[in-house]
Ligand binder design. Structure first.
Ligand code: ATP
Length: 316
C-alpha cells in the first residue's frame, strides 16, 4: 500500500478536470471536458442518458483510465495516488460491492470501520429511512433502498469529497427529498460534492455550479442563476377576459415593456420582472375590475437552457 502523505495543497480544487477525453471503440464518451469542483462546493454534471456523466465520474474515482487530459482529485492523481485518495473520498458503489449477501447495517458498519471518525451508522440508517430494513440483506432491499444504502456507504467515513452518480435515480419524491436534505447537510459540513443527474430540478436545487454536458462535451457552465438568467427575457403571463384594452397598462409600466394578448384571453407582459412591475399589473387589473387568473412570472429553467443549446429536451 502506498502510504506516502498526500501532497495536496489545500488551495487545490477538490476536482480539476482539463481536456478530458475517453472513447470506447469508435464512440467518444467524453470529449475534451473541463470542470472544476471548488472545495466545499457542489458541482452538478447535468445531461441526458449517455452524455458521458458516469464515465467522467469513474475516471475521477480512479476506476477508468482516460485517453487524454488531466484529472486532479484533492490535488492528486486518481490512479497513481489511489490508495491515498481511497480514504478521503466517498464513492456510491452500485450492486452492493463485494457483499450482496450482507445485511444493510453490517455493510454500513464494515465501510465505517475503514474510517477513523465515521458518522454513526445507526443515525445514517435512520436519516435515510433504512431503520426498518437494517437486518435485511442487500440483495433483498428494493432498488430505492439499495440506492440509499449506497449513498450511506459513500458518506459514512466523513470523506472530504463525495462522488454521487445519479443519487436519486429511481427514488420516489419523499426519498428524493431525504437525499437532498442529506446532501445539503454534507455541504454545510464543508464536504465537496461532484454529482451527476439528468434532473434539472435536482441540479437547480443542490448545485453551486452546473456543467451541462451533451455527447461528452460541456455545452454550458455556471451557477444555476447565471445559466437561467443569461439571455432570458422574463415574462409575466395571465389569463383574463378577452379583448382587454392594454394601452393603460402599457402607459403605467416603465418604458420598454411590451404587453400583448398572445392568444384570446391569454396575456403576456415582456420585460425584466420586478415586484414593482408585478404590482403595476395587478393594480391595473384591480382598476378595471378584472380578476387575472393563472398569473405567473416565467423564468428560464435549466431544461430551457439545454433545449436552446442542443435543440433537444433534457428528458427522454
Ligand atoms: N464500458 C463501456 N463500453 C462501451 N461503451 C461505453 C462504456 N461505458 C460507457 N459507454 C458509452 O459511452 C457513452 C457515455 O456513457 P455514460 O454512461 O458515461 O453516460 P451517462 O451520461 O452516465 O448516461 P446514463 O445516465 O445513461 O448512465 C454512452 O454512449 C455509453 O454507451
Amino acid at each position: 500500500m502506498n502510504d506516502r502523505p498526500p501532497s495536496d495543497p489545500v488551495a487545490s480544487p477538490a476536482v480539476e478536470v482539463r481536456g478530458l477525453v475517453k472513447a470506447f471503440g469508435d464512440r467518444t464518451a467524453v470529449d475534451r471536458l473541463d470542470l472544476t469542483v471548488e472545495r466545499g462546493q457542489i458541482l452538478a454534471l447535468l445531461g441526458p442518458n449517455g452524455a458521458g456523466k458516469t464515465t467522467t465520474v469513474e475516471i475521477c474515482e480512479g476506476f477508468t483510465t482516460p485517453d487524454a487530459g488531466t484529472v486532479r482529485v484533492l490535488g492528486l492523481d486518481p490512479i497513481v495516488d489511489n490508495d491515498a485518495l481511497r480514504r478521503r473520498i466517498g464513492v456510491m458503489l452500485q450492486g452492493g460491492g463485494a457483499y450482496p449477501g450482507a445485511r444493510a447495517e453490517e455493510m454500513l458498519r464494515l465501510v465505517a470501520a475503514y474510517s477513523a471518525d465515521p458518522i454513526d451508522p445507526e443515525f445514517l440508517l435512520d436519516a435515510l429511512g433504512l431503520g426498518d430494513v437494517r437486518r435485511t440483506s442487500y440483495r433483498r432491499l428494493s432498488g430505492g433502498q439499495q440506492q440509499r444504502l449506497a449513498l450511506a456507504c459513500a458518506i459514512v467515513g466523513r470523506p472530504e469529497l463525495v462522488f454521487l452518480d445519479e443519487p436519486t435515480a429511481g427514488l420516489d419524491a419523499h426519498a428524493r427529498l431525504v437525499v437532498w436534505e442529506l446532501v445539503d447537510r454534507l455541504r454545510a459540513d464543508g464536504v465537496s460534492i461532484l454529482l451527476t443527474t439528468h434532473l434539472m430540478d435536482e441540479a437547480e436545487e443542490l448545485a453551486d455550479q452546473v456543467v451541462i454536458i451533451d455527447h461528452g462535451r460541456a455545452v454550458a457552465a455556471g451557477t444555476p442563476a447565471d445559466l437561467t438568467s443569461t439571455g432570458a427575457e422574463n415574462e409575466l403571463r395571465f389569463t383574463a377576459p378577452r379583448g382587454l384594452d392594454l394601452s393603460m397598462l402599457t402607459l403605467a409600466l416603465p418604458e420598454g415593456y411590451h404587453c400583448t394578448e398572445a392568444n384570446p384571453g391569454s396575456y403576456l407582459v415582456i420585460g425584466p420582472m420586478t415586484p414593482q412591475v408585478l404590482a403595476t399589473v395587478t393594480a391595473w387589473c384591480a382598476k378595471i375590475n378584472v380578476l387575472a387568473t393563472d398569473l405567473r412570472v416565467e423564468t428560464r429553467s435549466l431544461e430551457d437552457v439545454f433545449l436552446d443549446l442542443t435543440g433537444r429536451a433534457l428528458r427522454p
